[in-house]
Structure formats: structure tokens, C-alpha cells
Design a binder for this molecule. Structure first.
Ligand code: PEP
Ligand code: MN
Length: 343
């Protein structure tokens, strides 16, 4: 349930409601708003509990929350959350945030060159994995801590904030010291101890949809992070596994407007992993912009043929520039004027 307090409810009345909710074995989460406070709850709410709370002084109404996710739900938090990656706002009402860079941090030279290319084309942030989740243990698994240092240098040189993946709870502190945003990859979307660990620190989290996860499972994973106290979660649609073999994954464009309806969290689209083919990345990216994505995650490499991972789905600088110049036309065509503002 969501307990909506009256506009003039006092601090004492709010505290009394919190205490009463606890007596029913339910966890209360106060959600102070600009005009009034609401109190969300975790745990199954009995009718007896709802009625007892509704009769307390200062309570305006008790609204049943039907979704299994709570803090991620628009039923509980109606207004759009804007998450800052470094000083870049991501979310409704802000220019489309394009996070771009190599799949993996492969070397200092390639990373710096890519960062400069991304910056020059108008990208908002640099992505690149120092710790890489790979299907085969015999492929390149990233440069680890050395890769983090390279990312920090790329930020210093270009000013672009850094998004990079964390694979394990024991690495969260080290990655969070450098990253402006921690990526949880598709393979870890339901690694619940990792979700707890990133929920307990303050850097924003970019949570990618698991390759066989439903939209509801994605939102329940976001709920793990939110429930630990970190409210800065960005969701990312990156394609799901289907019977289609020509593409690496099937990019689920449905998920974008659906997520925007179900949740207040910002939504990015990753057409690189969503398609697996560089020549499909731009059209699918533009479809995601038309569908309402708050930003894009794009793999870019100065020489995709030589990339150590995901070269086939990476854009070269020319193709990335072409995509960047097409985005405002599509945004304008669907009336997303705020997204067209120059960065
Ligand atoms: C990535 O972003 O490089 C990545 C590994 O993506 P995903 O987790 O979506 O496969
Ligand atoms: Mn990749």
C-alpha cells in the first residue's frame, strides 16, 4: 500500500504512521515529496492494516499498490526520476544522453582515441568494460584495475563521465571509486548479492535487462537496488533471446514505452547488443528514440575489425557521427523538443 499523508501532516503524525505500519510486520519507506509525504510499504498488506492506518490523524488516503515492484513503480512515485551520470542528467525533460565507447577497455591508446571521437560527435558519457563478462573463459576478459585507471585518464582528458561494468560484489568499491555510473550487465541482472552491493553505495546504477528476463523481472531487480537506499537507477533494454538467428538478440522496442508507463526510472536503449550487427544499430537506435528512450548505449571503436570484443556490432567514428546527426531529426518528428536541445 501507499499511505498518502495530508499536505499539513505534522512530523509526529508521519512518525506515528510509520510506527503503526511496523506493528503489522510491514516495512515502511517514507517518501517525502515537494507537496506532501507518502509512505510506501514492503510486505503483504492485510485489509486490517490498511484500515488501521487510514484512520490515523494526518492520513489523507491509503492507495493499494497492485504491482509487485514498489519503489520502481509509477503508482508509488509518479514523477520522472532524473539520474545524474557525473554532471549529465539522464531522464525525462533532458537532452537524450548518448553513452558510447568500446565494448572493452583494450588499451590506453584505443580508449583515449575512442573517448575523443565520442566527445567530438556529441556523446554525453564514455562506456567501456574493464571487467568483462564473457560467455567463453578463453576470450578477452578485460584489463581489470588497469582498465579502470585508463578510464579515469580518458575522463580527465575529455571531461566525459564514465560508465563501466562491475561483475562481483567484492569489486564494487574499487569500480565505484573510479566510475561515475556502475553497469550491471545482462548476465548479472539477477545476481541478487551484486544488486544489494550496488544498492548500498551512492554511485548511479545502469541495470541491463537479462537476455531472458521479463520486464517485470527487470523492475524487480531494480527494486533490489532501490530498496537498499540507492534511488539512482537507470534501466537498459538490450535485446532478448528469441528463435531469430540472423541477429544476436531481438531488440524489444515494446519494452521502452512499456517501461516508461510502469516506472519513473530513466530508460536507455542498447541497439548494439540488441542487434549484434553494426548496420542495424542506427535504424534500431532511431526506433528507440521514437519510442521514447531517454538515451542510448552505443558501442564505438576506431577500428571495429580489430576490436577484442563485439567488433561486429561496433560503429566506427563515421557511422557514429551519422547516427548522432540523425537523432535530432527523429526526436523532432515525434515532438521530443527537449531532446533536441544542443548539448
Ligand atoms: C556490454 O555492455 O558490453 C555488455 C556486456 O552488455 P550485456 O550485459 O547487455 O550483454
Ligand atoms: Mn559488448
Amino acid at each position: 500500500m501507499l499511505v498518502v499523508m495530508k499536505r499539513d501532516a505534522t512530523k509526529e503524525e508521519i512518525e506515528a504512521v510509520v510506527e503503526r505500519i511496523k506493528e503489522f510486520g510491514i516495512t515502511p519507506i517514507p517518501l517525502p515529496g515537494a507537496e506532501r509525504t507518502a509512505i510506501g510499504t514492503f510486505g503483504t498488506t492485510s485489509r486490517e492494516a490498511a484500515e488501521a492506518v487510514e484512520s490515523l490523524p494526518g492520513v489523507s488516503e491509503v492507495v493499494p499498490v497492485s504491482r509487485p515492484f514498489k519503489l520502481a513503480s509509477r503508482e508509488v512515485i509518479a514523477s520522472d526520476t532524473v539520474v545524474r551520470i557525473g554532471d549529465v542528467p539522464v531522464g525525462h525533460g533532458h537532452p537524450l544522453a548518448v553513452v558510447a565507447g568500446p565494448c572493452a577497455v583494450e588499451s590506453r591508446e584505443v580508449t583515449l582515441e575512442t573517448a575523443r571521437g565520442v566527445r567530438a560527435a556529441g556523446g554525453a558519457a564514455l562506456r567501456g568494460g574493464a571487467f568483462k563478462p564473457r560467455t567463453s573463459p578463453y576470450t578477452f576478459r578485460g584489463m581489470g584495475e588497469e582498465g579502470l585507471e585508463i578510464l579515469a585518464e580518458a575522463r580527465a582528458v575529455t571531461g566525459l563521465p564514465i560508465v563501466t561494468e562491475v561483475l562481483a560484489p567484492e569489486d564494487v568499491d574499487a569500480v565505484a571509486r573510479v566510475a561515475d555510473c556502475l553497469q550491471i550487465g545482462a548476465r548479472n541482472m539477477q545476481n541478487f548479492s551484486l544488486l544489494d552491493a550496488v544498492g548500498e553505495q551512492t554511485k548511479p546504477v545502469l541495470l541491463k535487462r537479462g537476455m531472458s528476463a521479463t520486464v517485470e523481472e527487470l523492475l524487480l531487480s531494480a527494486e533490489y537496488v532501490l530498496a537498499r537506499g540507492n534511488r539512482n537507477v537507470i534501466l537498459c533494454e538490450r535485446g532478448i533471446r528469441t528463435f531469430e538467428r540472423y541477429t544476436r538478440n531481438t531488440f524489444d522496442v515494446n519494452a521502452i514505452p512499456l517501461l516508461k508507463r510502469l516506472t519513473h526510472l530513466p530508460v536507455l536503449a542498447d541497439p548494439s547488443h540488441g542487434t549484434g550487427k553494426w548496420y542495424l544499430v542506427a535504424p534500431v537506435a532511431l526506433a528507440a528514440v521514437a519510442a521514447g528512450a531517454d538515451g542510448l548505449l552505443i558501442e564505438v571503436h576506431p577500428s571495429p575489425d580489430h576490436a577484442l570484443s563485439d567488433g561486429f556490432q561496433s560503429l566506427n567514428f563515421d557511422n557514429f557521427r551519422a547516427l548522432m546527426s540523425a537523432v535530432p531529426h527523429v526526436a523532432r518528428a515525434v515532438g521530443r523538443t527537449e531532446q533536441v536541445a544542443a548539448r
